[in-house]
Ligand binder design. Structure first.
Ligand SMILES: [Zn+2]
Length: 314
């Protein structure tokens, strides 16, 4: 009896050990399968190292799958690390760098984000402006206002603040008056020299330039009809008395605007050294109203409105 009992005990122990071996084995197999299916393993197989994988793994599953469908490319990781990287533009960044190998990677991101890798006014690229964005709508050489668009709350600007015949959206006018008064307190005089322009006025302006100097010269100085920010009623050309627009850059009023315009919701729309991004030469007189909050952010980030729109608004 005692011997039989001992035999049974032994059997139970063997079965128990066998069971443990099977469990440990299947855990090991499962772990191995998990490892093979992991993003880490797959990215490693494509050729990415640990540090690169760490960057790529911050993306969503869908985005990682897209990276996995491509050959190893260390440039992908460089793009991922860029502050204003937009995943949907990845292929365009890579394409652009192939063509222009010497461009700084941050410049490539900025240019592609704002479509500046494309021709101005290219019929296949241009889109009607999304006017539902209100004071944050984008009007540039790739986004246009239709001939039907006109702001609904245009007010005439008093000759106290402006040369004759100017008008602007009410909200912009109110903020401009605040800015004007703040400048006045420091003995500085601002004056509006151009403001809201209808589609028709812009059209006549471009046509007359084009007739006198040719299309190319007209494009260099004047926006085509629909493509002028002045049609939005959100842009003001500001100077001071007795200077031309080109001389404004040398005035104290300009220096003051550089430091203070954002506090009233305005940004310098076409800054220095940003022609490739904005499509316009440096214009010290052209200010765009975007509201105080966004103007402050743009001032702090030191980027153009085109870049801000691509990354934060669109
Ligand atoms: Zn202007």
């Amino acid at each position: 009896m005692k011997v039989k009992k001992r035999k049974i005990k032994k059997k139970v122990i063997y079965i128990f050990i066998a069971l443990i071996i099977v469990i440990i084995g299947s855990i090991a197999i499962k772990n191995h399968i998990d490892y093979i299916n992991s993003n880490y393993y797959k990215l490693n197989q494509v050729g990415y190292n640990d540090e690169e994988i760490e960057t790529i793994e911050k993306l969503s599953e869908k985005q990682i799958d897209i990276i996995l469908s491509k050959k190893y490319d260390k440039k992908i990781v460089s793009f991922l690390k860029q502050k204003y990287f937009i995943f949907d533009n990845l292929d365009k960044y890579l394409e652009y760098t192939k063509e222009f190998e010497d461009r700084k990677i941050s410049d490539v991101v900025a240019l592609v984000n704002v479509l500046a890798n494309e021709e101005h006014y290219d019929e296949e690229i241009v889109k009607p402006t999304d006017t539902s964005k209100g004071i944050l709508m984008l009007v540039n050489k790739y986004n246009y206002l239709t001939n039907e668009y006109a702001p609904d709350d245009i007010e005439e600007i008093s000759n106290y603040y402006s040369y004759a015949g100017n008008s602007i959206k009410k909200e912009v006018y109110d903020h401009y008056k605040d800015m004007w008064n703040a400048a006045k307190k420091e003995d500085l005089s601002l004056i509006v020299t151009s403001s809201y322009r209808s589609y028709e006025i812009q059209s006549n302006l471009w046509e007359s330039r084009s007739e006198s100097f040719g299309d190319e010269a007209a494009d260099a100085s004047t926006a085509r009809a629909g493509y002028s920010e002045h049609q939005s009623g959100l842009a003001l050309d500001i100077v001071t008395y007795n200077v031309t627009m080109n001389e404004f850059i040398n005035t104290d009023e300009f220096k003051w605007l550089q430091k203070n315009a954002y506090k009233y919701g305005f940004i310098l729309r076409y800054p220095e050294n940003k022609t490739e991004i904005t499509g316009y030469d440096y214009e010290s007189w052209h200010y765009r109203y975007v509201g105080i909050e966004v103007a402050t952010k743009i001032h702090e980030l030191d980027i153009t409105f085109d870049e801000y729109y691509a990354y934060f608004i669109k």
